[in-house]
Design a protein around this ligand. Structure first.
Ligand SMILES: [Fe+2]
Length: 282
């Protein structure tokens, strides 16, 4: 794997040089690997909570998508270990996200994707492009300006909740392909495979990675007898809304009671949760 890897020596400490590395890696590759972002004990608790909810069947029952090539995705509530500020407002994570999205970014969603044994290769895709097409009558014209250098507006932190190797379903990322996602004519899968190098993010529990919403990626097969759970923690600029979740309610799940426990300085992270909203009409 030749994606840039940032070693985070201890929670909260991200020297300016490392922040510049995160920015430049995301600009170049649309992805960057992070080692040591979360304390191991916290990761074990997050993993146990996801496995408990998976084991009870409630996640599959509430799945956003119940079968993506043998894997499913479900929204997770901010409860239990997910309510630990070392997770949702991790100081190192905050510094890096602010460097990518501006300091007023929001939590867009927290999901888990669970690849069952036998899950096969997912189709190559991007998570959410933006389009500037103009329609008039039956004609639709794409925007032909150069959007390849647009900074990120939505970034996913993928946190595997187990060791990931080539045989249990790593994420494949076509490094640098994010620059083409907003082309007037989006590239074909064959072009992406031809023009960009394919990277598989493997590593021990404790390794996480950022990827830009526009980078082409897919989940690889899980050929082991164990499930492979990951977290997909999505952050966006304050103005961006993920169209993939427009029919999902709530997209950020935190009860009023739990939100009241969130320190004031972190509350804006949850502005997309219904419990943050001020009701004007009953
Ligand atoms: Fe995806």
């Amino acid at each position: 794997m030749s994606l840039s890897t940032i070693e985070l020596p201890r929670a909260g400490a991200v020297p300016p040089k490392a922040l510049r590395q995160v920015q430049s890696a995301m600009k170049r590759d649309g992805a960057v690997v992070l080692d040591g972002l979360f304390p191991p004990a916290l990761l074990k608790k997050l993993s146990a909570e996801v496995r408990r909810r998976h084991g009870s069947g409630q996640l599959r029952e509430r799945g956003l998508v119940r079968d993506i090539a043998g894997r499913y995705a479900a929204v997770l509530p901010f409860e239990g270990p997910f309510l630990d500020s070392r997770f949702y407002a991790n100081p190192a994570l905050h510094k890096m996200l602010a460097a990518l999205l501006g300091s007023d970014y929001r939590i867009s969603s927290l999901e888990t994707v669970i690849a069952s044994p036998g899950a096969y290769e997912q189709h190559q895709h991007i998570d959410g492009p933006i389009r500037f097409d103009v329609s008039l009558g039956k004609s639709k014209k794409a925007y032909h300006g150069d959007l390849s250098g647009l900074p990120p507006y939505a970034v996913t932190l993928c946190v595997p909740l187990c060791d990931v190797a080539e045989d249990n379903g790593p994420t494949a990322i076509w490094a640098g392909s994010h620059r083409t996602a907003l082309n007037a004519k989006p590239p074909s899968e064959a072009c992406i495979r031809r023009d960009y190098r394919e990277e598989h993010v493997v590593g021990r529990l404790g390794r996480a990675f950022f990827f830009d919403y526009r980078v082409f990626h897919c989940g690889m097969p899980n050929m082991t007898p164990e499930v492979r759970p990951v977290l997909m923690f999505v952050f966006t600029r304050a103005w961006f809304r993920d169209q993939n979740l427009c029919d999902v309610y709530p997209r950020v799940v935190i009860s009023k009671r739990n939100l009241s426990r969130v320190p004031r300085r972190y509350k804006d992270l949850f502005l997309l949760a219904p419990s943050s909203r001020r009701p004007l009409w009953d």
